[in-house]
Design a binder for this molecule. Structure first.
Ligand code: SAM
Length: 164
């Protein structure tokens, strides 16, 4: 994993295909104490610093009922990452792992996810713990944490399908 866009012994980059427009819309920004990737935690922790997820006003109605969940899954765009490494050396010792066997920020589509612990919601600002990203990181999506969510829509036939 690289932290300042450097390449380490054994790492491999590829010429990335041209980006296609997936139509992503950033819905807000995350505010954390970290201005430099070298300071960020590698993964957030439940007792980490209180951070703010500020959602753009246009999406305020989408926050209805958010307080039903004290754990949310946040998807964010690790906007300062390089995107071309296929082998990475997290230990900087010449040994490498493939990008898809890591949670490194360096990936073809630099999406980060964290389950955060919600302390409170004020208007369009969520006060949470458990993040690991730079200040001003764009937000892609917010969902209830998987383990605390039960689908509200009626089941489909596929829900009952097993491997039999
Ligand atoms: N928790 C997420 C996940 O597992 O998908 C992200 C984990 S990633 C290892 C966290 C690291 O990404 C941080 O330690 C920091 O080095 C880097 N990082 C954080 N915010 C970033 C940003 N906006 N752009 C690029 N790199 C970032």
């Amino acid at each position: 994993m690289v932290r300042r866009d450097e390449m380490r012994d054994g790492e491999r980059a590829v010429a990335t295909p041209p980006a296609t427009d997936a139509g992503l819309v950033f819905i807000g920004r995350i505010h954390t104490p970290w201005q430099d990737r070298m300071e960020c935690p590698r993964q957030g922790r439940a007792d980490g610093p209180l951070c703010q997820i500020v959602i753009d006003d246009v999406w305020k109605d989408a926050l209805k009922d958010i307080e039903l969940y004290d754990r949310l899954e946040i998807l964010y765009w690790l906007h300062r990452s390089r995107r071309d490494l296929v082998w990475q050396s997290p230990k900087s010792d010449g040994t490498t792992r493939g990008t898809f066997s890591l949670r490194s920020p360096v990936r073809p589509n630099p999406i980060g996810t964290s389950v955060v612990f919600v302390e409170r919601v004020e208007g369009t600002t969520l006060f949470v713990r458990g993040l690991d990203c730079l200040d001003e990181t764009p937000v892609i999506d917010i969902k209830p944490a998987r383990e605390s969510f039960v689908p509200l829509a009626p089941p489909t036939p596929g829900d009952a399908m097993t491997n039999a």
